[in-house]
Design a protein. Structure first.
Length: 149
């Protein structure tokens, strides 16, 4: 009996430690549902993002509307002040599978790499990531606490 409990605990702890899904706050996804978020590296919250490296984000979501275009917008929120974060390509369709057009009810996966420059200050930040349609209605709006280290 004790051995069974030990094995069960090991499996549960291993499942928690190895879980690739990152916790997030939905900040107003009006035209879709966020199914999961994976930020690499992010073994725990807040995500510790080493300066001078890259972070990868993978957002799995299900749109509730059709759309021929999707725009990505990122802000770093420091002391409740949103600071725009420049992306090399704001056309999210270039980084999505299946590719645009999005179909309502069909799950999509958006993947992007974010450069964490060594010149950025070591600071706590909330990363706000939005994927919006042409009318700027969010399919995805999520916030993830992070720390630049």
């Amino acid at each position: 009996m004790l051995r069974s409990v030990a094995i069960l605990l090991a499996l549960l702890i291993g499942g928690v430690v190895c879980d690739p899904v990152t916790k997030f706050v939905d900040c107003g996804s009006k035209a879709g549902k966020i199914d999961s978020l994976d930020v690499t590296p992010c073994p725990k919250i807040p995500c510790e993002l080493p300066r001078g490296s890259n972070a990868q984000i993978k957002i799995t979501f299900t749109p509730s509307e059709n759309s021929t275009s999707v725009k990505a917008v990122v802000h770093g929120i420091v002391a409740k002040i949103p600071v725009p974060f420049p992306l090399p390509d704001t056309n999210a369709c270039d980084s999505m599978a299946p590719a645009c057009p999005l179909k309502a009810g069909t799950q999509a996966v958006y993947t992007s790499t974010l450069q964490v420059k060594s010149s950025y200050p070591a600071v706590g930040v909330v990363v706000k990531w939005e994927l919006a349609d042409a009318k700027e209605v969010d399919f995805v709006c999520l916030e993830v606490p992070a720390r630049l280290v």
